[in-house]
Design a protein around this ligand. Structure first.
Ligand SMILES: O=C(O)C(=O)[C@@H](O)CO
Ligand SMILES: [Mg+2]
Length: 258
């Protein structure tokens, strides 16, 4: 049975960020993820995790200037110093939270640009060994162009090509089923084919990015498929609730921690 992680950037937004940990635990989640912890001290996050007996499944490394439209700096050749500083900062939070996987966003850049690709590889070659020293996986996530126009890593095939080329044991694919369906379709076969690379899974309905309980995909089938494949990682609930978070948790009833 999959282990679900509440995404605290998108779910439980009726609560302040730190109180979302309590709300997610109360709703029966045993793990959480979110985009970024950096507005809070590592100790504040650690305290909420421990108080609620929650596992930190995932978070992202610093993405550059998010408010200005940056979506990562890894593929931006002029930003290598920011990338290395971001790895250091993320590792401080990893130590406090015990997280075992971190996502490095690529940035807005043309994936056919040679300098952007070389910069992305340089960022991976720097970050992955730093994380490996701490037993942490480095995740790469393809993101669809409708949600993030101009994003460098916009194809699952390209992500797998980069992972194969880098040949690093702790470099894994963040398989967001929502993005896969929007970009390519054929989700089950892609999951099967990519399974050896998969380090984290995320879910949402398609096309609305709401609860995984309707619209284009049959999530009960996909959850069973993850079991058939022997997936032992987390499934991040990266969706925008249609209404109140708690009102939309009917799909989660069978999976909640008692
Ligand atoms: O947009 C997504 O999908 C994500 O998983 C975010 O964490 C962007 O990294
Ligand atoms: Mg995602």
């Amino acid at each position: 049975m999959p282990v679900f992680a509440a995404n605290l950037t998108m779910m439980f937004t009726e609560w302040s960020f730190l109180d979302r940990f309590d709300a997610a635990a109360e709703a029966g989640f045993s793990a959480v993820e979110y985009l970024f912890p950096y507005e809070f001290a590592p100790e504040q996050i650690e305290e909420r995790l421990q108080r609620n007996n929650l596992t930190q499944a995932l978070f992202n490394m610093p993405p550059g200037d998010w408010a200005a439209g940056e979506r990562g700096v890894a593929a931006l050749p002029a930003r290598f110093a920011d990338l290395t500083a971001g790895v250091d900062r993320a590792l401080d939070y990893a130590e406090a939270t015990g997280v075992k996987r971190m996502h490095m966003m690529a940035g807005i850049a043309d994936r056919h640009d040679r300098d952007a690709r070389a910069s992305y590889r340089r960022a991976i070659d720097h970050a992955a060994p730093r994380l490996a020293e701490k037993g942490i996986d480095l995740l790469l996530e393809p993101i669809n162009a409708r949600n993030m126009p101009g994003y460098f890593l916009n194809s699952f095939d390209f992500a797998r090509e980069i992972i194969a080329e880098a040949g690093l044991a702790n470099l894994r694919l963040q398989f967001d089923i929502y993005h896969c369906q929007v970009i390519h379709g054929d989700v089950t076969m892609r999951l099967r084919n990519a399974f050896d690379d998969v380090g984290h899974v995320q879910i949402a309905s398609i096309p609305s990015r709401n609860e995984p309980d309707g619209e284009e995909l049959n999530y009960p089938f996909l959850f069973a498929e993850l079991d058939r494949l022997g997936y032992a990682g987390f499934v991040g609930c990266e969706y925008n609730p249609r209404g109140k978070t708690l009102d939309g948790l009917g799909w989660f009833e069978a999976y909640r921690r008692s």
